[in-house]
Design a protein around this ligand. Structure first.
Ligand code: ADP
Ligand code: MG
Length: 246
């Protein structure tokens, strides 16, 4: 068998906050081009897991390996590794005093040191990709929540990430705006983007995800093909969660 080069591999990951153990030994991997959705009740550790993948949180123990590079190694260039990961949050975290275009340019300029013309070109391409090319000059407060979230997605994409993390990207949106953001995410998935998505959108998970991971109480209870985990869950905890959200 040829060795699999995972986009990200997580082995026996533990995370404590003081005495509270939030992640109790998480193991899974995402392969290049895969879409994995993480579902589970509030407080089960989903956000903490994503935050450990891009080292917004320091794991207590265990391994996080990104494109073969062990992030938990002391000698690793953490900033370089982190640049390979795009993150989209529930709250869009745009700079309010910058236009959409400026928001998508700023990290390209500061972090990747791209020149102004190149950064602007890439920003415009990505704003077009998420369907808001006409909003380049708008400020966040002039945009709907769905438009702001699409700016945030364009901003992440402009950094050419190897992996995109989404933490409940549609949870803060008015219901009628959810579809536009999911459409963009669906398109990214079809284009082969590697994605790890925490979501409560079960239809999205069922239709788009290659795998669904169900977490509860800091452990992975179930991990399998979307149709199986959502359609024919094996564990009682998964069944009762799905009964509540479906
Ligand atoms: P989820 O995203 O599944 O709702 P979280 O990962 O946000 O779960 O949180 C899991 C648990 O960890 C919760 O009990 C939460 O209160 C706790 N927690 C998260 N972040 C911190 C922190 N920085 N300090 C202390 N406790 C935290
Ligand atoms: Mg969360």
């Amino acid at each position: 068998m040829t060795p699999v080069n995972h986009a990200v591999e997580i082995r026996d990951l533990h995370k404590h906050f003081g005495k509270l153990e939030v992640l109790k030994g998480i193991d899974f991997a995402v392969d290049p081009g895969q879409v994995v959705c993480v579902i589970g009740p509030s407080g089960s550790g989903k956000s903490t897991l994503l935050r450990c993948v891009n080292l917004l949180e320091q794991p207590t123990s265990g391994r996080v390996v990104l494109e073969g590079v062990e992030l938990t190694d002391r000698d690793v260039d953490i900033d370089a590794a982190r640049r390979r990961v795009g993150m989209v949050f529930q709250q869009f975290n745009l700079f309010p005093h910058m236009t959409a275009l400026q928001n998508v340019m700023v990290a390209q300029r500061r972090v990747l040191k791209r020149g102004r013309a190149e950064a602007e070109k890439i920003a415009r391409e990505n704003l077009e990709k998420v369907g808001i090319a006409d909003k380049c000059d708008a400020y966040p407060l002039q945009l709907s929540g769905g438009q702001q979230q699409r700016v945030a997605i364009a901003r992440a994409l402009a950094m050419n990430p190897a992996l995109m993390l989404f933490d409940e990207p549609t949870s803060a949106l008015d219901p009628e705006l959810v579809g536009d953001v999911l459409t963009v995410m669906r398109k990214l998935a079809e284009e082969g983007m590697t994605m790890l998505v925490v979501t409560h959108e079960m239809a999205f998970a069922r239709d788009v995800a290659d795998r669904v991971v169900f977490m509860d109480g800091g452990v992975i209870v179930e991990d399998g093909p979307a149709a199986q985990v959502i359609g024919e869950p094996q564990h009682e905890r998964t069944k009762s969660f799905l009964r509540r959200v479906l």
